[in-house]
Each structure stands twice: as C-alpha cells, then as structure tokens.
Write a protein that binds this ligand. Sequence first.
Ligand code: MRU
Length: 361
Amino acid sequence: MGNNPIEHIAWREEKLYLLDQRLLPHEIAFKVCDSYHDVVKAIKDMYVRGAPAIGISAAFGMTLAAGEALAKRLSSEKTRELLKAAAVDLANSRPTAVNLKWAIDKADQWLSKYDNASTVEIYKGLEQLALTIFNDDIINNRQIGFNGSKLVPQKAVILTHCNAGALATGGFGTALGVIRAAVEEGKIVSVLVDETRPLLQGARITAFELLNEGISATLITDNSAGYLMSTGKVDLIVVGADRIAANGDTANKIGTYSLAVLANYHNIPFYVAAPLSTVDLMIDSGHEIIIEERKEIEVTSLYGKSIAPEGIKALNYAFDVTPAELITAIVTEKGVIKKPDRNKIAAQFREGGFSFEEHID
Ligand code: MRU
C-alpha cells in the first residue's frame, strides 16, 4: 500500500499483521498481533518502527484491547478500564515519537465523546479510527511529497538518514516521499543513504526501498557525510522527524543533529519532512523532548555478534534534537515552513489535518 513493495501494516480478520523490519532486507516475515500486548512488544522490540508507523500500530493496539474486552464480555465500565491500561502501555512503549501519543489521544477523544457506547460500539469505533489514521497518513505523505518536491532541483544529490520511507509510515514515506515525488515529477536524483548505526535502518531499509523503486542510491557510512559535504557532493539533506516542538526544534534519529550542523557550515539546505501529527505543541522546545536510551548491546554487537571487547560500556541514545535555527524548512502536508519558528508552526497547525468523521448508528 502506498508505494511500498510489501504490505507492511495490514488489518485482517481482526488481527494486525506487521512486517518484521528487524529482518530486512534478507527475510520477509510478519508478526501477527492479536492482543494489544503483542503490539506493545512489536513497538518496543522494533518489529515496527518509524514515528507514523508506530502511531498507526498503537491505534490498532487500542482496537485489539477493545476486542479483548468484547471476547471477555466485559461491561462497558470494565472495557474502559482495560482501554486505559492499554493506552498507558502503548504510549510508554517508545518515548520519543509523539505520533504514538497522538494516536492514543485520538482514541481517548473518541471514548470521551461516546461515553455511553456499548463494548461492540467501542470496538467498531476504534477500528474505524485506526483505519482512518492509517489511510490519512498515506494521503498526508503524498501531499508532503508534493510540497517538498518543489525544493528538489533537477539532478540533485540528496542525503538522507535512517529510514523515513514507506515502511516507517502508513505508506509513501515523508523524507523518502519527497524524493519519490520528485522522481514522479520527472526529476533525476540520486540519494546518499547513511547506513545509520546502530540498527542500520539506512543500509537495511532505506536502501531496500530505493532499490525496489529503481531510484539511484549509494550507501555511505555515517561518518562520510562531512567529507562528502565539504567536497561539494551533497546538494540537500532531507530527513524525517519523531517529534517537533512548538518552536520547531526537531527530534529524529541519532546523528541527525550532526548532519544539520555540517549542512549549516557548508551552506547546504537541510529539510525536515513530517506530518502535522509529529508536531507537539505541548512541548515548548527541544529541551523537553524525552530521548529514548536503548540497550548497550545494540552498539556492542551487530547481527547478534559481539564487535567490542567484553566489559566495554556503550551509550545508545536513539534520537537527538536539531534546533530549529539549523533547519532550512519543515515540509508538512499543509505546506513548506521556511525558517521554522513558533508563530509559523502555530499558524500552519491551526489549519488542522485529520479527517475522521465518526458516528454511532
Ligand atoms: O528508531 P526508529 O527506526 O523508529 O527511528 C526512525 C526515525 O528516526 C525516522 O526518521 C522518524 O521516525 C521519521 S519516520 C517517517
């Protein structure tokens, strides 16, 4: 769905099927989630990853929790208790990407609006909400791509970090959506793909997506970016985002900040592509964004094989924060925010961007 080679998120017969992205590019296997606990595990262990994709999964997680209540014939009061517990577990499964909380808040808003709904109605309402969040994300990404492609010159060499592609979203991708849209418009571009240690989302997933689509891509080690910029081999950088604070400070995969500093030094445009569901107006600046810290073993090993002496300590922050002043523009489904700041972000945010129209028969 939405320009990816595999249906990486699918809702079928009341179960959630998630492509196991840990195994890419060598193996295509799916995790079948039939409880919200399965979804929590899939997000924590990164079977599914990428801010919008985990938001969509969490919305289906809430639906699965309502399904559990239905199967156990819980009263509507007990159903709401179960849903509260599910919301907490899902929201805490990864701390940095706000899309998780955004999707769960949408479910909460639905539940408060229909406070007399039966368990069946809750199930159906949350299922419809999850499907809408999924579908809207693809539509928004296409619009982000359309808006962002205008910033891409003919024959551009574009550097990207991590994976903000179809597989990180409902489909089409954000940063890769911009690249895809530029290619669809007939531009010839080539992409430098940061491998993105420690989990290699660039080497394993972005390279896989671009190759599948016949877009020219070259893999580089993360520490090559500075040299390539200094020798004029990069025309622009585009990355995704996990959380954008009200002032435009942006959390994204660890290493993004270093790229932005380098881009600034070399006068290379640095773009962030993200849906409005990634903007968190409750967070005033990037200082307040919680940065996930993951296990040391992800740094000290590769594919289950140790690469460092036993006993060495390792630091494994999954994200970093790029200050707004280093961002040339943020591209959302509503347009391009050049030199992002608090006022420009608030103005665009006021236009909204979510299309769910709910009703109970
Ligand atoms: O740890 P990950 O793989 O979930 O990190 C993903 C990223 O940092 C992406 O750039 C971000 O979520 C945007 S995805 C459209």
